[in-house]
Design a protein around this ligand. Structure first.
Ligand SMILES: *Cc1c(COP(=O)(O)O)cnc(C)c1O
Length: 373
């Protein structure tokens, strides 16, 4: 291969399609604050996600923070250390103590068997992550939350387009936070959304993303600014019609990876669509390099880099090991042995729209060579 292969490459729509929306911004002279494109995009997203309520926000991180503030979450929140930094920071930035629940060995999502043992009188919510688009054990989490009167905010940043028994991923929990960052499956350059079913939340989330303002003379919450603007909405409108095509293309690349890597010893990957009723989105291609592989994750990562294949160690380090957290007393006592082990052995391979099966084959050949196969 002539060029560097990165872990992802952002999807771009036909430029003409995007520019037609941009022309409308010039016509309306409306740049932000619930403009016409924002409203159109919100409507189209609602139908795509089959969700009754959608609040658009400036990015996925602020979707999490607005859900936290809007739902009055405080004290302690049970979450997973095996995630992107944003999940944990969204809690700490709101003076909430993240309490770490270990993950499952098979799909790397929160282990529901361990949740109840972590609940204290300060616990107000659970924040699980549909990591890599692998759906959490939503039924068990819901039952635990009901029993203990806890809110559930899903970090659904990886799970756009995922369904279970025909039900959209956004329909689980009190709210689900999506990210539409450039590197995500679906992008609005930067962007995000909250999806939820309680009509009362709409007013609250809308105020929190706009300085807590509810009317010209009513400022009801201490809120920041997290509004999605018209250019982001234009990108969303231009990209949304490509979703099925994007998912189909990534599916064929994923199947090729599985075909070529599946027989190698010690290379483990989880196959979500083999779970009854799951429609997966092929957002990432994580592999776990287990003992039998005879090569370490770090060596594989370095050797691929030498071949100009830039895989990423998503998610290493895990949250308890971050420089900014590891010295906190309660981080030192947080135990998540499975997450630690997975963090030390996971590697996310390049996967993006239109990468081509020849590129997948090229990467797999290099992996085989490094493993001495
Ligand atoms: C990307 C991501 C976020 C943050 O989303 P942004 O749109 O980048 O702010 C939060 N959580 C997870 C798991 C993510 O991958």
């Amino acid at each position: 291969m002539e060029k560097d292969i990165f872990v992802t490459s952002p999807f771009l729509p036909e430029k003409e399609v995007f520019l037609q929306y941009v022309d409308r911004i010039w016509d309306s002279r409306w740049l932000t604050n619930q403009g016409p494109l924002h409203e159109q995009f919100r409507g189209e997203l609602k139908s795509y996600l089959e969700a009754p309520y959608v609040t658009l926000v400036v990015n996925g991180h602020m979707a999490l923070e607005i859900a936290i503030r809007g739902l009055g979450v405080k004290g302690e929140v049970i979450t997973t250390p095996f995630t992107f930094a944003s999940t944990i920071h969204s809690l700490c930035l709101n003076n909430i103590k993240p309490v770490f629940c270990d993950i499952k060995e098979d799909d790397f999502t929160m282990n529901p068997d361990l949740i109840e043992g972590l609940i204290t009188e300060k616990t107000t919510a659970i924040m699980p992550v549909h990591v890599y688009g692998h759906l959490c054990d939503v039924e068990r989490i819901e039952a635990i939350a009901k029993k203990h009167h806890l809110k559930v905010i899903y970090d659904a940043a990886h799970a756009f387009g995922v369904k279970k028994n025909g039900k959209s991923v956004g329909m689980y929990g009190d709210a689900a936070a999506f990210s539409f960052h450039a590197t995500k499956l679906f992008n609005t350059i930067e962007g995000g959304a909250l999806v939820y079913q309680n009509p009362e939340y709409e007013r609250i989330f809308n105020a929190y993303k706009n300085f807590g303002i509810e009317g010209e003379e009513e400022i009801v919450f201490v809120g920041g600014n997290a509004k999605m603007n018209e250019f982001q909405s234009a990108m969303g409108l231009a990209n949304l019609p490509y979703m099925e095509q994007i998912i189909e293309d990534r599916k064929s690349a994923t199947l090729k990876y599985r075909e070529l890597l599946g027989k190698l010893p010690g290379i483990y990957f989880y196959i979500p669509e083999e779970v009854e009723g799951i429609k997966y989105n092929y957002a990432y291609m994580p592999i776990q390099i287990r003992e039998e592989a005879g090569v370490s994750r770090d060596r594989l990562y370095e050797e691929l880099k030498r071949e100009r294949i830039f895989a990423r160690k998503y998610f290493y380090p895990i949250a308890t090991q971050y420089d900014c957290y590891r010295d906190l007393p309660y981080m030192k006592t947080s135990k998540a042995p499975v997450a630690e082990k997975v963090g030390d052995s996971i590697l996310t391979l390049p996967l993006y729209y239109n990468m081509g099966l020849d590129t997948v084959t090229f990467i797999c050949e290099k992996i085989c060579k490094i493993m001495g196969r």
